[in-house]
Ligand binder design. Sequence first.
Ligand code: UDX
Ligand code: UDX
Ligand code: ADP
Length: 459
Amino acid sequence: MEIKKITCIGAGYVGGPTMSVIAQKNPHIQVTVVDLNAQRIADWNQEDLSLLPVYEPGLDAVVAEARGRNLFFSTEVEKAIHEADMIFISVNTPTKTYGKGKGQAADLKFIELCARQIADVSESAKIIVEKSTIPVRTAATIKNILDHTGKGIQFHVLSNPEFLAEGTAIADLHNPDRILIGGEDADAIQALKKIYEAWVPAERVISTNLWSSELSKLVANAFLAQRVSSINSISELCEATGANVDEVAHAIGQDSRIGSKFLKASVGFGGSCFQKDLLNLVYIARSYNLHAVADYWEQVIKINDHQKSRFAEKIIQTMYNTVNGKKIAFLGWAFKKNTNDTRESAAIYVADHLLEEQANIAVFDPKVREEQIYEDLDYLATRSNDENRALLQVQDDAYAAADGAHGLAILTEWDEFKELDWAKIKTVMKKPAFIFDGRKLLDGKKLQELGFVYYAIGE
Ligand code: UDX
Ligand code: UDX
Ligand code: ADP
């Protein structure tokens, strides 16, 4: 099967960067990324590459190389589906906010809509590739819809989960640990393999059956999240006992059976995947009556929620048990550094907790837009949109955020925060000047010498 045209439905954090790299490495294949959201497509087509809708280091260069050559961004969904030999489904699958499985199961309505649209429009055989994170057996659902609503055309459905991490998406795509392809049809698998083998060594392209591939994505994220919750649970114990969590993490990470990655204690993990995939895993386990399994993985989320509220409580307690009317500077809002994505960011929940105590918050994040910050808070619906705007302000730099603040909290580990003029920040803050380092980012000793009262997770 010779693939000449690829279409990707969904121009988000996964679809955009992934298709940009596939197009970059396969100049003979025409790659079209479509989205219902016209603004998003317009942003992907921006002349000025600093205005792309997704911020990822190195993405601008890849887009510059491929866009207009064999990479296109379009709102013409049906046309692009009709023309394609291979279609990637890369739409969002948020956790359900209604009905059965509310707050736990993945909402598959966008996936189903895609499948119906593909069935409707297609007049030639196609390979359908699921890229979105989805519950196990979604491929079967897609195939079912295609076979029952289509025009008798042959569809092969493959699962090809994406393992890129935001902030390092381009590096991860250029040099993946592995590419996983699940499916039943050898020719279809081979066709997709060939696209990746344009730049990925063949031995890193693994194929499995559909279910193993779908489940592996959930399990990979669950294991990674579990490591973060494990070290975060130990951070609380370190604070109680006088051990230092970075020292413990370093010591255990030297054991090659444990390994050193994903052991950085933090204010809590965020991002669009970890919590959603854990909830999904828990929901699936429960639906098979595997309650011990479900309880085990649910605990990973509970520790994460605990870590976020523990950090907020620490701020309140330290500042003499009240933050009412006090200004607290937030450095960072994104869920990790080097991204403008804020989905499930710990900062949102810590802010919400402090706003409930009537604190005033001033946020600075180098990449997150002001409207996004308000949208994130409004979405929680804890208080009115007007109250959120009255209690929280967004600033253009760290010094303005710190000006007149009683306390300052680090929520995202942006490198540039290390280079700030901390002596200057000390002069503009109220005294005693408290720093709460939710990422263990700063040099605590130096800050204490400057006269700050410094608290870091796990010390
Ligand atoms: C363990 C630690 O590995 C060692 O560093 C520490 O000093 C003492 O405790 P030990 O209990 O001797 O060592 O053996 P280990 O190889 O860790 O196995 C422990 C148990 O886990 C065994 O019953 C083993 O069968 C089981 N295991 C281990 C699994 O079921 N699956 C695995 O993948 C690994
Ligand atoms: C994750 C997976 O890593 C990726 O393979 C998958 O495709 C999507 O989900 P992502 O959510 O983009 O990627 O970022 P990741 O680097 O995994 O970080 C997730 C969260 O965990 C962030 O909030 C990060 O700050 C936090 N984290 C990570 C820690 O708190 N400590 C760590 O040691 C590592
Ligand atoms: P992810 O992190 O999984 O990439 P995003 O929310 O960033 O998630 O991106 C998903 C994109 O998919 C959104 O831009 C959304 O508009 C788009 N989308 C969802 N459903 C459809 C559909 N049926 N047709 C086209 N685009 C869709």
